[in-house]
Design a protein around this ligand. Sequence first.
Ligand SMILES: *[C@@H]1O[C@H](CO)[C@@H](O)[C@H](O)[C@H]1NC(C)=O
Ligand SMILES: *[C@@H]1O[C@H](CO)[C@@H](O)[C@H](O)[C@H]1NC(C)=O
Ligand SMILES: *[C@@H]1O[C@H](CO)[C@@H](O)[C@H](O)[C@H]1NC(C)=O
Ligand SMILES: *[C@@H]1O[C@H](CO)[C@@H](O)[C@H](O)[C@H]1NC(C)=O
Length: 315
Amino acid sequence: MAAFKLAFVLYVLGCLLCLTPVIDGKPRLLIYSATAGFRHDSIPTAITVLKERADTISVEFDATEDRSQFSLDKLSSYDAIVFLSTTGEVLDGGGKAALQDYLNRGGGFVAIHSASDSLVNTTFYTRELGAVFDYHADLQHFSLNVLQPDHPSTAGVPAVWQVQDEAYNFKSDPRALGAVVLLSADDSTIIGKPEPGSWRTATYIDSQKIHEHHVLTKAHPIPLEKGAGVEPNGFAGRSFYTSLGHLNETWQDDIFMSHILGGISWVLQGNTTLAFNSSAMVGNAQTSQDPTSPAASDAPDNTGNPKTTGIVDHP
Ligand SMILES: *[C@@H]1O[C@H](CO)[C@@H](O)[C@H](O)[C@H]1NC(C)=O
Ligand SMILES: *[C@@H]1O[C@H](CO)[C@@H](O)[C@H](O)[C@H]1NC(C)=O
Ligand SMILES: *[C@@H]1O[C@H](CO)[C@@H](O)[C@H](O)[C@H]1NC(C)=O
Ligand SMILES: *[C@@H]1O[C@H](CO)[C@@H](O)[C@H](O)[C@H]1NC(C)=O
């Protein structure tokens, strides 16, 4: 591992000396972190860490809060769009139409934390993400149980994972849309003090809400008839959502990052975009590569570790 780290440092230093970009043919992702409601101060931290770790899964991230990026022309060069802690109405009608078109053409979708409290009345967005945020318990330490340990987003996570985050509740069960739940909060570890306002009302109107899927991560392709965000004549890529990601500290945690980077890798491995499929309709067209070894051409060293888990220490 020490030798690997040294090799990695040398590789990074080598690239700093390069005068021309060395990156091409990598999957490209667009991080969108616009907010029209609550703004998480962890957004800049998250963007910095994602860009720092991009090499570990051999991808490139661009980041924007500019709504005008949501045209089909601009979205088309990306292999996935990442809604990072967005809140509220962050797209206008034209932007929503462009996102819908992008999803119809096999584009990948990743949504993190409060992205489920965004575009709450946009049906295709809710279907793509799986559910709408309802309320959360106070920020606290609690445990998550891994329900699907064989998924890239959970492969690096302990079977019982202690986190400090917000435990989200949703207005509906994403399983109803065909989502597979990968992680679920252990309710017995959550102190569910109702906050004033709607969450208390919601709690008492429907007591099931406090017992079900406080926190979840989902992954699908959702069968079209069950309601993915893709229109009936479209071609569905993959979608991944995690409700974790509130704090700066969360983004500095290697286990959390293996969860996020594993989820992103899994979305790309749907092979519905140009980085992995030369006949796809959207994505980075420069070269196709084998998604099972995304770092193969750029790897600083061959450690024999599976690349898809994204668990590589960053110097
Ligand atoms: C989180 O990090 C950002 C910088 O990335 C900083 O501005 C903010 O104050 C931090 N939040 C806390 C609670 O430390
Ligand atoms: C969403 O729809 C509900 C019910 O019609 C409405 O009360 C709410 O204001 C809408 N929210 C947004 C952001 O459009
Ligand atoms: C994507 O391609 C890789 C490599 O060819 C393959 O192992 C994987 O099963 C493919 N994924 C899908 C969903 O077809
Ligand atoms: C590659 O893209 C084409 C065209 O969209 C599609 O028909 C095909 O199913 C894709 N391959 C995979 C593995 O998704």
